[in-house]
Design a protein around this ligand. Structure first.
Ligand SMILES: Nc1ncnc2c1ncn2[C@@H]1O[C@H](COP(=O)(O)OP(=O)(O)OP(=O)(O)O)[C@@H](O)[C@H]1O
Ligand SMILES: O=P(O)(O)OC[C@@]1(O)O[C@H](CO)[C@@H](O)[C@@H]1O
Length: 306
């Protein structure tokens, strides 16, 4: 069974406007509310790809209730720990040619809620997968991620980690099945300024040597790079009209897992993953299965010799 864990979920309030003017009254052309947070996005995409999973994490207040109702409506399984105070709201602004995001800080998590989630993670069994994604609410320390990762490692639960903290390096000792930094995150983790595809792949190799089994580096409209002990791959994505890239990285994680679980074939899983990322970039909401499968033949995968 796949579990996702979102410690800092959100309602994503998405606004589309032609051109925003700071310091003025702006009016939206479209405004929508979606459940957000990286793990929740992974769960929603897995569901769209007919891959059974359960979303875990923290939720609270009227915003948390919105997320629960939305997930119930889509028949996404979930088992959140509830807390006092509302889940945050993140603002996503889409103008004709740029996207701006303002993410909230997140709720205060009590010690009781903190421990309740640990108990849930301890229930996961050998052979399960846990996707740990997104930021920590300010009341939790990075050591919480370490604690969750260690439990999974000891219980032989495969970890997939997608977090924007340079301390991700400290979690590689738990041998995650997959990590998915984007280029900026890779540079932050390694404290380098990698730009060329060769440098990026070598950066991926460095993380692989530190313990990550598979490293997928997302490169936005330039596609993605992939490294494991045996393979070095790059993916080129087709051009298309970008509607919103919110959740495209999460869709990659879901696409990879959904395909990998069925085939255990890395190249196939990488292609599926990139197709899912681009399918989300080309849609308003997260990708649907048909959209991903229509894009699959348009993704070019190349083996790269370093
Ligand atoms: N402009 C684009 N055109 C085509 N595909 C895109 C575009 N932007 C993103 N993608 C797809 O989405 C994947 C993930 O994008 P990106 O590198 O922006 O992830 P990210 O930074 O983790 O995003 P997020 O945190 O918003 O989920 C890319 O590898 C690619 O497949
Ligand atoms: O603040 P975090 O936890 O780093 O990221 C949260 C977030 O930006 O990530 C998702 C897209 O990947 C959105 O649904 C959500 O608003």
């Amino acid at each position: 069974m796949i579990y996702t864990c979102t410690l800092n979920p959100s309602i994503d309030y998405r606004i589309e406007a032609d051109q925003l003017k700071l310091g003025h009254l702006n009016r939206a052309n479209i405004s929508t509310f979606y459940p957000g947070g990286k793990g929740i996005n992974v769960s929603r995409v897995l569901n769209n790809l007919d891959t059974e999973n359960t979303a875990l994490g923290f939720l609270g207040g009227f915003t948390g209730k919105f997320i629960v109702d939305y997930l119930n409506g889509e028949e996404v399984n979930h088992s959140f720990v509830s807390h006092d105070g509302p889940t945050r709201v993140n603002v996503k602004l889409k103008e004709t040619d740029r996207e701006t995001e303002i993410n909230g800080v997140g709720a205060k998590i009590s010690n009781e809620s903190r421990e309740a989630l640990i108990e849930k993670i301890k229930m996961l069994k050998k052979g399960d997968y846990l996707v740990l994604s997104g930021s920590l609410p300010t009341s939790l320390e990075f050591s919480y991620y370490k604690e969750l990762s260690q439990i999974c490692y000891e219980n032989e639960v495969s970890l997939i980690i997608d977090i924007s903290y340079p301390e991700l390096k400290d979690l590689l000792q738990y041998r995650p099945l997959l990590i998915k930094p984007n280029k900026e995150e890779l540079n932050q983790i390694l404290g380098k300024e990698l730009t060329t595809i060769e440098e990026i792949l070598e950066g991926g190799q460095e993380l692989q040597r530190l313990g990550a089994q598979n490293v997928m580096i997302s490169l936005g409209g330039e596609g993605a790079a992939f490294v494991n002990e045996k393979e070095t791959l790059i993916a080129i994505v087709p051009q298309g009209k970008v509607k919103s890239t919110v959740g495209s990285g999460d869709s990659m994680v879901a696409g990879f897992l959904s395909s990998y679980m069925k085939s255990l074939n890395i190249e196939q899983a990488f292609r599926y993953s990139v197709a899912a990322g681009s399918a989300t970039a080309f849609s308003h909401d997260l990708c649907k299965r048909e959209e991903v499968e229509n894009l699959l033949p348009k993704i070019q995968i190349k083996h790269y010799k370093l």
